[in-house]
Design a binder for this molecule. Sequence first.
Ligand code: AP5
Length: 266
Amino acid sequence: MGASSLREEEYELKDGDRMKPITGQTQTNPSESSTHTAGARIVLMGPPGAGKGSISERLADKFGMVHLSSGDILRAERSSGSELGETLKKYMDAGELVPDEIVIKIIIKSISSLDSSKGLLLDGFPRTVIQAKQLDDALAKAGLPIQAVLLLDAPEEVLLKRITGRRICPKCGRVYHIETMPPAKDNICDTCGTKLIHRDDDTEQVVRERINLYHKETEPVIEYYRKSGVKIIEVNADATIDEVVERAIEGIRQANLLEKEGRTSL
Ligand code: AP5
């Protein structure tokens, strides 16, 4: 089935739709944030291990934006035991992309259930030019186009070290790294005491495949956005998480995506 066979009304976004909590999405309390992105819609891109998940959580916290991770949403469906979940497992464990016709339907439906009035950070979607075009169509109908791409990158050996050392709490989703961010007690989540897991697709062989696919299928999306006039904010992610967050915030500021008045704490 090609992406074009999807019925448009199944994934149309409507302005004013409200947030429903779905696993894989984070919405922080905007009143806790001292800065705003004035409802900016940003796509976070970068190869596996660039730090998309880690950075977007921190940015969502700071700016009160909604963070939507396609990987988290697909993993939640995968562990639900549904028939669709079994199909997803096959692609994800092999490090392959889930076919466009499946992923577009799931993710655009999730976006449409959000209140993104404080801004939206899309992490891991779109990942192909077809996905980007379908997202643009859906957002255009709601009058809410993507305004910027935040592009993280780091050398391949750094990416491999980060991914193979990553450990995740299957209960609360907290992310660790065995060297750079270990839990206080070996292999146990600091937050909820659950045993940490190593993602099935985080082996060196599968990560190499995911990196190759990133170059082949996802890098053309950057060019697609560049040609569409979307701002590309490039961030060197070969630094500590704090430094990468600072660089990302500075990039967002320079792209004029911050609400100006009274927002001086950056
Ligand atoms: P997804 O979960 O999106 O995986 P990914 O894009 O490969 O990204 P990762 O989550 O592996 O890396 P990240 O950049 O978020 O790094 P993180 O912050 O966690 O997708 C998984 C699969 O789902 C895909 O392979 C595909 O099958 C499917 N899928 C998802 N979206 C799809 C789509 N749109 N279309 C089709 N299929 C789709 O950091 C990694 C580790 O490094 C952590 O341990 C962290 O603590 C550490 N770390 C991060 N930054 C730093 C730093 N600056 N310094 C030191 N350590 C760091």
